[in-house]
Design a protein around this ligand. Sequence first.
Ligand SMILES: NC(=O)c1ccc[n+]([C@@H]2O[C@H](COP(=O)([O-])OP(=O)(O)OC[C@H]3O[C@@H](n4cnc5c(N)ncnc54)[C@H](O)[C@@H]3O)[C@@H](O)[C@H]2O)c1
Length: 269
Amino acid sequence: MRLEGKVAVITGASSGFGRESALRFAQEGASIVVADITEKPLAGGFEADLNTSTAELIRERGGRAVFATCDVTKKADTDAAVAVAVEEFGRLDIMFNNAGIYRGGKLIEEFTDADLDACFAVNVKGSFHGAQSAIAQFHRQERDEKGTLGNILNLVSTAGLGGHPKQSVYNISKGAQANLVRCLAIEYGEQGIRVNGICPTYAKTALTRALYDDMDFVRTFAESVPLKRWGEVEDVANLAVFLASDESSYIHGDLIRIDGGETLSRYSV
Ligand SMILES: NC(=O)c1ccc[n+]([C@@H]2O[C@H](COP(=O)([O-])OP(=O)(O)OC[C@H]3O[C@@H](n4cnc5c(N)ncnc54)[C@H](O)[C@@H]3O)[C@@H](O)[C@H]2O)c1
């Protein structure tokens, strides 16, 4: 029960990393607001049960969770998701800005303004809004006995740490999201608000389904990673639990890779 008594809003928690993180957070004792544009998991994902929402699954397992409709591109929606946390569970301890979208398969000259705008609206503005809404609520609360006022997690990507071919609009949005982690950490650390970013490489979710359906890519990618496999949603959820818990209380402003060694500077000889 590493998150016992804590209240978390997790954006994009109907599917993928967010869903698995919500399940793990609840298992560790947290109360969860699943904040997403859609309540059921996305078609094309790898969830065992596409008909049961995350909040329903948590409640079936004896945990506490509610769903809140939330489009993170709208600040009013992230405010509303935080308000649901306060109404239902009395406070907010953890804001997990996980919602994100991917655009790939084109060179820079081929991407449209619509591709660029979509990535920035969800991945950058969405995290910015989530942070703003959470900080406003944290300021209405008292620090806990460890001096923590709140905890913000951003689901970034190894794409936020460097370049990759044919997904520039995604990478530059993730780069901005990574810098948001640093800016938040610098401005709000002294107030007791801890902020970190999680940087996975490709894992099996609806977001990467098209890549996973390409067997050549599946093999080539796994071969390029020192640990020789794709990431799993559980890998990310376990890191998120640690970063959300007091066990990581001196980790701040970090962007933690969870990538099987993909981003080491030199792997093959
Ligand atoms: N899957 C990967 O390989 C991978 C790797 C690195 C980083 N990421 C990042 O992880 C995060 C989660 O992605 P995932 O792989 O679990 O994808 P996913 O597609 O399985 O889930 C994304 C969830 O976000 C929701 N969402 C989309 N737009 C939204 C919006 N405007 N407002 C609220 N919710 C919205 C979707 O409905 C969905 O439930 C994203 O930020 C993504 O960029 C994914």
